[in-house]
Design a protein around this ligand. Structure first.
Ligand code: GRE
Ligand code: ZN
Length: 243
């Protein structure tokens, strides 16, 4: 929000923003997740993860703001730190259908909440299905970890200059996932512009941890955070697939 007062007569009192609200459909993300309210769904397909123990990543600072496509001038909600994954290197499958991991990126603080808690960071693993469908695995991250995970490696060595790419060799993607792959699943959207719907969300119930220092680094880069506000469920059902 713009802290400077609007000139008299240009905005209704109490208006917080100068730009109009973007059009949003009924199935937006993120949402408040509750394990108690989630419908147990053992009938849903098991999440099978095929992430490598070693992969080379290219990390960039990216913007999804059409008014600031380079992301060079703002550090706001449409910006993120993103690691590109080489084609064919990683994926997941559901019922034998493979979804290829394209990239992962981070939001701070977390975008979803779980049982009323907001975590320090949320990691989004973005996959594409055989017909271009988007499936995201979300993972909550807190501080207090020993460091050295792939998330630590990416966030400890952030690009400093606009357009800079940082290569991370031999990243262990499999090691960053919890042993318990139980997920809360619901239909939602991209959390950045253009907030496209039709996204399958699978949010891991078990949070991970990075070093406190890593959390400080991200907070320094995004002092106002880059998390979108919680969106209404509008009757959507959240399912819990334990495994
Ligand atoms: C994002 O930009 O934050 C994003 C994607 C794709 C899926 C989910 C998501 O780029 O939040
Ligand atoms: Zn995201």
């Amino acid at each position: 929000t713009d802290p400077s007062p609007a000139p008299p007569g240009t905005a209704p009192s109490g208006a917080a923003s100068t730009s109009p609200a973007p059009p949003a459909g009924p199935q937006q993300s993120p949402v408040a997740l509750s394990t108690a309210d989630a419908v147990p769904a053992p009938e849903l397909p098991e999440l099978v993860v095929d992430y490598p123990r070693s992969v080379d990543l290219s990390v960039r600072y990216v913007s999804r703001d059409p008014d600031d496509p380079t992301g060079c001038t703002t550090r706001g909600r449409e910006e993120t730190i993103e690691a590109e994954v080489p084609a064919g290197a990683a994926g997941i499958s559901l019922d034998g259908v493979r979804y290829e991991l394209k990239q992962f990126h981070f939001h701070t603080a977390s975008e979803h909440t779980l049982d009323g808690r907001r975590y320090a960071v949320e990691q989004h693993f973005v996959h594409a299905g055989p017909n271009g469908e988007t499936l995201v695995i979300g993972r909550f991250l807190d501080g207090g970890g020993p460091g050295g995970t792939t998330a630590d490696r990416v966030l400890d060595d952030l690009p400093e200059e606009c357009g800079e790419e940082i290569a991370i060799a031999g990243a262990d993607l499999a090691g960053d996932l919890p042993a318990d792959l139980s997920t809360l699943r619901y239909p939602g959207s991209l959390t950045t512009k253009p907030n496209t719907e039709g996204v399958s969300w699978l949010v891991l119930r078990t949070p991970g941890s990075v070093a406190d220092e890593t959390i400080s680094e991200v907070r320094e880069l995004f002092p106002d955070g880059d998390a979108r506000d919680l969106q209404p469920l509008n009757g959507r059902v959240v399912r819990l697939r334990e495994q």
